[in-house]
Design a binder for this molecule. Structure first.
Ligand code: CDP
Ligand code: MG
Length: 140
């Protein structure tokens, strides 16, 4: 059993989809072990998305991800990182499988519903803004 990090992005939070997304994750076999809402600052978004600095979509992405509340979720499952990436579907909701989280709840390429860490080494980096050094977890 290992852990990964998911973030419900501001559009899905604004649209009132957080509860449905959390339910889908639980029904999909992921156990919620941490939950925290937070509005990211522009500086935090630059660190969160450090791998995308300089790309053409970076400015719009930072503007979007800092536009409102996000909900950070720590999840536990076998092979959690890869299993969650498969479960959320492709980045572009138009290309994501209809039953996947991004396929069901995403509005556009930029305003897709959720972020998920794509490698175990990224989980700590990306979860730091919601959980920091003092993890507010439900189950250790
Ligand atoms: O989120 P994921 O890891 O699937 O995709 P990414 O390539 O790491 O890109 C991070 C985020 O940037 C995406 O989830 C989109 O919100 C946004 N993006 C975009 O707006 N336009 C692109 N061409 C690529 C990504
Ligand atoms: Mg990514």
């Amino acid at each position: 059993m290992d852990r990964t990090f998911l973030m419900v992005k501001p559009r899905a939070v604004r649209d009132g989809l957080t509860g449905e997304i959390l339910a889908a994750l639980e029904q999909g076999g992921f156990r919620i072990v941490g939950l925290a809402s937070r509005k990211l600052s522009v500086e935090e978004a630059h660190v969160f998305y450090d791998v995308h600095v300089g790309k053409p979509f970076f400015g719009a992405l930072v503007e979007f991800v800092t536009s409102g509340m996000t909900v950070g979720v720590m999840l536990e499952a076998p092979d959690a990182v890869m299993a969650l990436r498969a479960f959320i579907g492709a980045t572009d909701p138009a290309k994501a499988k209809p039953g996947s989280i991004r396929g069901k709840y995403g509005k556009s390429m930029t305003e897709n519903a959720v972020h998920a860490s794509d490698a175990p080494a990224r989980v700590k980096h990306e979860s730091a803004f919601h959980f920091g050094d003092c993890p507010r977890t439900l189950a250790g």
